[in-house]
Design a protein around this ligand. Structure first.
Ligand code: FAD
Length: 416
């Protein structure tokens, strides 16, 4: 590693890999270093709980870009490299290896880590989380037919792992504190749709129920043997997945004295409170133009990629602010969910009969305008919703609900 690098990116994943590549695409000629704590080249994280866990994808197929692509773009990639601290006055990073590295500009793309449950038994073996290739490698040996898997948390990751597990022959039960699955991110209609889909495959649910403790196994006291729930019941378990959300990795920024909220505080150009430091991806809290500048922290690949584009434009001296409408996807069984917009603050939900037997379409409206949509196996509806939301079109709810109405006809004439 050279002593002074023009742009250093901390965190080699979706956001970090993308900003380094976009910098070069934008004509940046200075030195670029990409530092990552993990031993792997930056990889697609979404398949971890889907095809990769199912054994349908290899590590090589997960990679975002090949080693040759970084070398060709003259991006220095440093695996297994952990940054311990930032000295902003000296513009120097201190690594856990003892090395120091000076930067011209710094990009924090440190993402997040799984939230743990600080409850009795949290130290037992057999408790798993799902964020990295290492997490899947740790989980796989226990992923055997007949094993009893309890999943704490009915969010997307919990549901995706449940889908793979039940197909692999495990006995799966999800314990969710909220009264419905996906309560934090989706409307009640979509929650009911997914609960029914999972029940049909044999997944069991305990909703409105907290996890109070992990109990040791009678045969091996260092191994988990059950999950004690808030209703007093004990669910026998051979393994447990704790999927209760993400904690943003903000400690480096905090210790360096950067402004923090529900993440590292940045503006619409991904600039932190230090003019030499940008931040992007899951670790940031930023003003979302789509919500009139309301500050959010988003956890999605499209957001990480959009912020990387913005940060690269700033570093290349041609700043282009955040412009995208947020969207997200999830794959469970044969169900492909695509969500666009954010439904918070909606005053009307319109359900549109799906075109396929196993589809679902919900549009969320606020003051007559569509602000979000959840579409399962409904790519046409998703694409139309994206345009209606982006163009802030006033829509007729009756037309949205009528399967005989072509959604394209609701777009403004110039756009259709
Ligand atoms: P991360 O991917 O978290 O990467 C941050 C990197 O920084 C990590 O490699 C970390 O090791 C490294 N790092 C942190 N601190 C340091 C340090 N001090 N020194 C060096 N390196 C450091 N999104 C979707 O849009 N659709 C999906 O279907 C979907 N499915 C998902 C399924 C799973 C199982 C998971 C875990 C996530 C999923 N996501 C999905 C979310 C998506 O993966 C994240 O939004 C995305 O990875 C965020 O990218 P990031 O680069 O901001 O952070």
């Amino acid at each position: 590693m050279t002593n002074q690098t023009d742009v250093v990116v901390i965190g080699a994943s979706h956001a970090g890999s993308e900003v380094a590549s976009r910098l070069r695409q934008g004509g940046f000629t200075g030195s670029v270093a990409l530092l990552g704590a993990e031993p792997h080249l930056p990889y697609h994280r979404p398949p971890l709980s889907k095809a990769f866990l199912a054994g349908e994808t290899t590590v090589d197929q997960l990679l975002l870009r090949s080693a040759e692509a970084y070398a060709k773009a003259n991006i220095e990639w440093h695996p297994s490299t952990v940054v311990d601290s930032i000295d902003r006055a000296l513009r120097t990073l201190y690594l856990s290896s003892g090395a120091a590295l000076e930067y011209g500009k710094l990009v924090l793309a440190t993402g997040g880590r799984p939230r743990r449950l600080p409850i009795p038994g949290a130290e037992l073996q057999g408790l798993h989380v799902m964020r990295s290739i290492a997490d899947v490698d740790a989980l796989r040996p226990a992923f055997t037919p007949g094993a009893r898997l309890v999943i704490a948390g009915g969010g997307y990751i919990g549901l995706e792992v449940a889908a793979v597990a039940v197909k692999a022959g495990l006995d799966v039960e999800i314990v969710e504190f909220a009264p419905r699955v996906l309560a934090r991110v989706a409307g009640p209609g979509l929650s009911a749709f997914y609960e029914a889909a999972h029940r049909a495959q044999g997944v069991k649910f305990r909703l409105g129920t907290g996890v109070q403790a992990f109990e040791p196994s009678a045969e091996n006291p260092s191994q988990v043997g059950g999950v004690r729930c808030s209703d007093g019941s004990l669910l026998p378990a051979d393994l447990v997945l704790v999927a209760v959300g993400l904690v943003p990795n903000i400690e480096l920024a905090k210790d360096a004295g950067l402004a923090l909220g529900n993440g590292i505080v940045i503006d619409e150009f991904c600039r932190t409170s230090d003019p030499d430091i940008l931040a992007i991806g899951d670790c940031t809290e930023f003003p979302l133009p789509f919500l009139g500048g309301a500050r959010v922290r988003l956890e999605s690949v499209p957001n990480a990629v959009e912020q990387a584009r913005v940060a690269a434009s700033v570093l290349n001296g041609d700043p282009k602010p955040y412009a995208a409408v947020p969207w997200f996807w999830s794959d469970q069984y044969h169900l492909k969910l695509q969500s666009v917009g954010l439904s918070q603050g909606h005053d009307q939900v319109v359900l549109r009969p799906p075109r396929t037997a196993e589809g679902f379409v919900a549009f969320y409206l606020k003051e007559g305008r569509m602000i979000a949509a959840d579409c399962v196996n409904a790519i046409i509806e998703f694409n139309m919703a994206k345009r209606l939301i982006t163009d802030k079109v006033i829509v007729d709810p009756a037309a949205l609900a009528d399967p005989a109405v072509n959604l394209k006809s609701l777009l403004p004439v110039a756009a259709s």
